[in-house]
Design a protein around this ligand. Sequence first.
Ligand code: HSE
Length: 437
Amino acid sequence: MIALVGCGTVGGGIALLLTRDLPFLKEKTGLNVGLKYIVDINFDHAKEIGIPSNLFETDYNKVLNDPEVTIVIELVGGLTFAKDVVSKALIAKKNVVTANKALLANFGEELFGLARKNGVAIGFEASCAGGIPIVKTLTEGMAANKIDGVYGIVNGTCNYILTQMIDQGMSYADALKGAQAEGLAEADPTLDVNGMDSAHKISILGSLAFGYNCELSAVTTTGIEDIDIYDVSIGREMGYTIKLLAIAETYDNKVSLRVQPSFISDSHPLAKISGPFNGVSLYGHAVGHTMYYGRGAGALPTASAIGADVIAVAQGTQKIVFDSYKYWPDITEKPEYMALSDVESEFYLRLNVEDHVGVTATITKILAANSISISAIHQKSIRPKDARSKNIPIVILTHKTKCGNMDNAILELQNESRISKNIVSIPVIEEKEETIH
Ligand code: HSE
């Protein structure tokens, strides 16, 4: 039997699936995956969606002491109380299913170790990309592949905001307000828009992909808060779409993990992932390029992933995969990381400059001195008459260069008196070349 801890929006979704849809699940799987307890302190939402009140329980110890409960679903979120709920369940030798990416990204090594010590497993399909079965894709479907790279749009809130900026020409602030009004962003969306939610997810996905313990602290993270609609529009005119990409790549056994607003070519399938949807692009050495698309949040889409874990635990496959493969952070090494300064990328650069003789020559000289080759340069028009600033924007696209070269060039450009200090640089991401090898 199952105990659910936390019955908010996502908890309500899995509570519905395991009550309203139980006859269907039993018939489909042959398993009895019924709920015995829903533990919370407030059952308003559960009552509102029609969950039977005989399941409601306020005392978590009852779950821990009930030998009939073999699976605890943790959906309280956060780090402190959630860690307590999960640790106590594992120590009581109960399998855990969780959607808590922050918990696993911060304490995965410890919690997976605790699960192993107690002979149980942790299911966490819902922690990354919501309803997209990306965890099982990496741990089972792609099990015969060496993974070369993972490129994900794994935060629906950011993707919705950026899509509104792209399609409606909205400012970041207005698009965020719109997302909150539509219920697509949390009242406090900090972890979404600052990139941390994506960082949690890519540290988990990177660990599974490469069989290394990819630490959260190694993810270089930039959010979308400073994205200016001007750059979104100019990028669009140049054939690029802006996305918040979570990237895990290997270069000669070194791992690079990063979350960054990036331009990708309009022709790439990830550019088509719009609104609150998520998309993940995976490269396996045998299969080549594969793509996954779906809803990254929401009560029932997330419950779909939680339900898959519940079934896998009840069937016994979760434990078999957990025991036999070597991609869990408690039994894998930390990787050697590639410094971001050594990662190569093309760049979009926007400089605000005084319209003065020799300014473009200064820019190109500094770029050349840092081994940066220009692929396109764009000065749309002279300064508009009503512009508040006397500066004009110059946009440059570069060929591939090391990120470290770009950082140095920007520092030098910022020292020039006719160039404004606020220089925008956005990587233009080309995924790894598909090689079947
Ligand atoms: N807040 C996340 C998103 C979903 O907006 O995609 C849960 O990780």
